[in-house]
Design a protein around this ligand. Structure first.
Ligand code: HEM
Ligand SMILES: CC(C)=CCC/C(C)=C/CC/C(C)=C/COP(=O)(O)OP(=O)(O)O
Length: 307
């Protein structure tokens, strides 16, 4: 979403509230909101029962630390990609692409957020969570943004590992180790990421072509991409049922995963058969509801609140 206030005439940079609003936009708040939500579910599932007051305090601090580091990662991504962003209609309004928030300031704010988040996790949670979250930040801001994104059409498949880490971080924050249940949640997000992103890339293909980025619809075309959206969506359907088979969740979760998986597959099948930009947009929107529903169901099931 663009920063709405006008630049000051003298510097071209924003001031006051508009500057804060611009910095907020750079943290990609809606994406980070879902990331923190998945981390929170990881924390709740790592505890056998409803958290007590002390555990709630720990959850709040861990969520705050993960939020700070994820937001910093997003700010670094916006600075590094400001020239690419300026060439794409979807991202051209970002304050870094417009030059209304100076890169130096954005980097400083990002570093401060990363330092605050890292310290919070290291001192108040545990070094494992701090190290894993910092590694996730580097994975997204450096490995994906600087290298993978421009290097291969598998960029978001490999880079998706960073985005899939939140439940692992949440689990580590509560347990001090990482259990198989956490890796199962990682796998769900990891397999969800390609259809989530490629649905968007299909209707934004001209943006990516203009920016010179090797996203799958640019390098391999629409039919190949929709086939891969379908393959990953079917794989996601199967993988999202693993918590049931592993004994981590019950029938309530299984039912939600079954129904949501069927809807996502139906979208992917229709997209493959009768492509339209409008359908690709709806598929992308559904991907967000799908992940939210899966993680909400994992949590409700954990407390026996689903059938
Ligand atoms: C490498 C991994 C990923 C890639 C390449 C990717 C890509 C994208 C892109 C390009 C958008 C922008 C859509 C727009 O501007 O309208 C987007 C939106 C979004 N993504 Fe992802 N994503 C990834 C992983 C994730 C993960 C792990 C989550 C959360 C767990 C997530 C949650 C969201 C949300 C909530 C939005 C909607 C933002 C809005 O409506 O403003 N994404 N994603
Ligand atoms: C520390 C921690 C938990 C970090 C999480 C890392 C993170 C923010 C992952 C989300 C992935 C994401 C926003 C991809 C957007 O792709 P893009 O950058 O290609 O999208 P764009 O074109 O909109 O910039």
């Amino acid at each position: 979403m663009p920063a709405r206030a006008a630049p000051t005439p003298a510097s071209g940079h924003l001031s006051g509230r508009a500057l804060l609003r611009g910095l907020w936009v750079l943290t990609k708040p809606r994406v980070v909101q879902l990331i923190v939500f998945c981390a929170l579910i990881g924390m709740l599932l790592a505890l056998p029962a409803w958290p007590n007051a002390q555990q709630w305090a720990r959850i709040a601090i861990a969520a705050g630390g993960i939020w700070l580091l994820a937001s910093a990662a997003a700010v670094f991504n916006c600075v590094i990609e400001r020239q690419i962003d300026a060439r794409m209609q979807r991202t051209a309004a970002r304050p870094t692409a417009q030059g209304t928030v100076a890169s130096g300031l954005a980097i400083t704010v990002g570093l401060l957020m990363a330092a605050a988040g890292g310290l919070l996790l290291w001192l108040c949670i545990n070094p494992l969570t701090a190290c894993l979250t910092l590694a996730t930040l580097l994975g997204y801001s450096v490995v994906y943004t600087v290298w993978l994104k421009r290097a291969t059409e598998q960029n978001i498949v490999i880079g998706g590992a960073s985005g899939a880490m939140p439940p692992v971080l949440g689990w580590a924050a509560m347990q001090g180790t990482v259990g198989p249940e956490a890796w199962l949640m990682f796998l769900i997000i990891f397999i969800w990421t390609p259809p989530h992103f490629w649905a968007l890339a299909l209707y934004r293909v001209e943006d990516y072509r203009r920016a010179g980025l090797p996203m799958l619809p640019v390098t391999h075309g629409r039919a190949y991409t929709t086939r891969h959206v379908l393959i990953y969506t079917v794989a996601l359907w199967a993988i999202s049922l693993l918590p049931l088979l592993q004994g981590m969740s019950g029938l309530g979760y299984g039912l939600v995963a079954c129904v949501c998986g069927a809807v996502f597959c139906a979208y992917a099948w229709r997209l493959h058969q009768h492509y339209s930009d409008a359908l690709a947009k709806r598929t992308f929107r559904w991907s967000l509801w799908h992940l939210t529903a899966l993680f909400a169901a994992l949590m409700l099931d954990h407390y026996g609140l689903l059938i």
